[in-house]
Design a protein around this ligand. Sequence first.
Ligand code: NAD
Length: 353
Amino acid sequence: MFKIVTIPGDGIGPEVVSSAVQVINALEKKYDLEVSIEEHLFGGASYDVHSEMLTEETLEACKNCDAVLLGAVGGPKWENLPHEKKPEAALLKIRKELGLFANFRPAKVYDALVNASSLKPDILSGTDFMVIRELTGGIYFGQPRGYDENKGWNTMVYEKYEVERIARLAFETAMKREKRLVCIDKANVLECSQFWRNIVHEVHKDFPDVELTDMYVDNAAMQVVRDPKQFDVIVTKNLFGDILSDISGMITGSLGMLPSASIGKNHALYEPIHGSAPDIAGQNKANPIATIASVAMMFEHSFSMQHVADDIYKAIEKTLESGMRTADIANSDDNIASTTEITDAITAKLEVS
Ligand code: NAD
């Protein structure tokens, strides 16, 4: 029995999570799986009821399941709350509480969408790499932090164990792929980065089959748009990963296509990388593919059922090949499909394949 907690959140979150649940139900039947799905409030939806973005009840549920599926949180309604009450603070808290220290973001181009990117098709075609970002340390959590009327300050700090565990995960991921890892840092300027690099090289001794390259983050940002095919696996700290994973994602098409997995020792959370898209919320326009692909990552990482994950990816690919597109990935002459239409098409392809 797989126990999944869904936290749809705000804006388009409930729409795309409902699509993902439809896919999970289809897989349950197809593969005779036993899956329990329990829904909880999070973000603005929780704040409106409990005056808290993340309640103890939701947190406990997330700690007592096999995997969490999150939609998106936030929106204009909650933008003016104090910093510590904002949805972003709740997202940081849930990652920290669940110990989700590694964020995986695939940057993979679907052949059918090679023209949807801002990059030229010949540069992009065949791109397939994984960005692994450290998620619970570095400057986003370091103390001291704060600001007064004269200055603002944050602290970039990493402990040895924090670098070791993510480096190990990155080398293990590279071993399952093309065995090439690029460590991205700013070791020419930041002592914290030099430390990070030293530890990654120490861990490398346990993975001699992986080719390890160092790259400065400013160069990496250029390389991702100049020649994305050169990458297999990237590992980097929280701040740099935040930016690089967005660039890497965007070159492959729309925000609506991009899944992610956040992994810890005992817990895992899967979510699309996009936000709550208040501009299209409630209109059946959202692209659910990022969330459905997040379910594929869940089957891959949390349930070790690669064949089910591959089935989902194939159903997405076939649906795109059939020409079906939500507005965010459509060309001007395409018929535009709604969230529910594209979800039905993907589900139908799963059932017949
Ligand atoms: P956003 O990702 O919500 O939207 C950016 C643009 O992309 C919008 O035009 C939106 O319509 C479009 N878009 C996003 N997802 C889409 C999808 N699945 N299908 C079709 N189009 C899609 O980013 P934003 O506008 O900067 O933020 C909106 C709210 O979401 C803010 O409150 C922000 O704080 C929050 N946010 C939450 C998360 C999260 O929950 N992890 C991440 C980012 C932003």
